[in-house]
Design a protein around this ligand. Structure first.
Ligand code: TRP
Length: 404
């Protein structure tokens, strides 16, 4: 996607922000303009009304990712709440492209939210590991991507999903096991033309045909008939997809074909991106280790990376900082605290004191380092307890704890 003419096809000429499944970048230190993105993608903002309705129906406060606007956009979430209100079922679908063995902090975001949704709404969940996608896009062999799938599955399981309600599948494995899944893939492939995916994904005449047909494979899990072991033959169990907004092109395509298959359009909850250590112009990426805090990092590595790389919104000198205060919008440590410090009062206090110049960046960094060292150590402990047998169990097609 390095060819700018291709990027323009996807994003329009005059935009500074580039958002598609392969590239996220912004010329602004504040990161992507999400209100603009909502308009461009035609989704809806998660507003106070929607949040109040969620809280009223579930009887509990929404996750701070939702309250703080980290999940900021949706498609048809009200439809899902209508169903929930009538005690009718839906299911959750999310996924991960296993491109590296070590996942980073940003990868946790959709899974943390998905776990909260699963617990709050008490619904089944399917998680797609697109090893085939990473084989097609990255310099990896089939065998390597399958191995990465298994490694990533352990990290995902370590997030605490309930094995009785969760099915994790790798594409290579599941396509061979379930013809209903493959049938849906080809149904989608028959409804989308090359011209359409060119427009949606920026493919061109030199794009490998594997890539051109891949979007159908990410679309198919949005339809309940792809999982006969979970839903029997029920073709009409609605689906809710929590994902980062760069995945939306896949699901715009899915929503476009669904009615022609007499299937339901999936609903979506979109998250913003997890900023790179160097600042919100780009997202955290495994391919640039200095931009990322990995789930395998040691306490010392976490401390050093934050101290060395985390972009500061503070003044150039202590005097200047005390006079002008810090800029929360661009300060990476503060932005990370918004994700991982769940105490609202403490976050507000830190924010105010930093903005006024009272607190220096170093203090924010210290708070953040402690929180992340604990979070990652806890994750590592849980992951070390996940066995190959656990993975096998999550990945076995079976009935989940629901009656459909
Ligand atoms: N394409 C996604 C990635 O590269 C993986 C994925 C597959 C996914 N299905 C999904 C992500 C559904 C979110 C929702 O990471």
């Amino acid at each position: 996607m390095a060819d700018p003419s291709v990027e323009n096809q996807v994003n329009g000429q005059a935009e500074e922000d580039l958002v598609n499944p392969w590239t996220v970048s912004s010329s602004s230190l504040k990161g992507v303009d999400y209100d603009k993105l909502i308009k461009k993608f035609g989704s809806a903002k998660i507003d106070d009304g929607l949040i109040e309705r969620m809280e009223k129906l579930t009887g509990k406060p929404v996750h701070h990712f939702i309250k703080r606007g980290i999940f900021f956009s949706h498609r048809e979430m009200h439809m899902i709440l209508d169903l929930y209100e009538k005690k009718q079922p839906f299911y959750l679908y999310t996924g991960r492209g296993p491109s590296s063995g070590s996942m980073h902090l940003g990868h946790l975001v959709p899974f943390i939210c998905t776990k909260w949704l699963q617990e709050t709404f008490d619904v089944p969940l399917v998680i797609q590991l697109t090893d085939d996608e990473k084989f097609l896009w990255k310099d990896l062999t089939v065998e390597e991507t399958i191995e990465l799938s298994m490694k990533n599955a352990k990290d995902i399981i370590a997030c605490g999903f309930d094995v009785n309600k969760t099915f994790i599948f790798s594409d290579y494995d599941y396509i061979g096991k379930c013809s209903e899944f493959y049938k849906n893939i080809t149904r989608v492939q028959k409804l989308v033309t090359y011209n359409q995916v060119k427009g949606i994904f920026g493919f061109d005449d030199s794009t490998y045909i594997g890539k051109i047909s891949f979007p159908a494979i990410q679309a198919a899990p949005s339809f309940s008939s792809s999982f006969p072991h979970i839903f029997g033959g029920n073709k009409k169990v609605p689906c809710l997809i929590p994902c980062a907004i760069d995945q939306d092109p896949y699901f715009r395509m899915t929503r476009d074909v669904a009615p022609r298959l007499q299937y339901l359009k999936p609903a979506l909850l979109h998250s913003s991106f997890f900023p790179a250590l160097q600042g919100a112009q780009s997202k955290m990426s495994s391919s640039d280790p200095t931009s990322s805090i990995f789930l395998t990092d040691t306490p010392k590595e976490i401390k050093n990376k934050i101290n060395k790389y985390a972009y500061s919104g503070g003044g150039a000198t202590v005097e200047e900082h005390k006079e002008k205060g810090g800029n929360l919008e661009v300060d990476v440590s503060y932005q990370y605290l918004r994700f991982f410090l769940d105490d609202d009062e403490k976050l507000e206090k830190l924010g105010n004191e930093y903005k006024s110049g009272e607190l220096l960046t170093g203090y924010l960094k210290k708070e953040l380092i402690t929180i992340l060292q604990e979070l990652i150590a806890d994750h590592q402990k849980r992951r070390s307890l996940v066995t190959d047998d656990d993975v096998k169990q999550f990945m076995t097609p079976r009935k989940l704890n629901y009656n459909y």
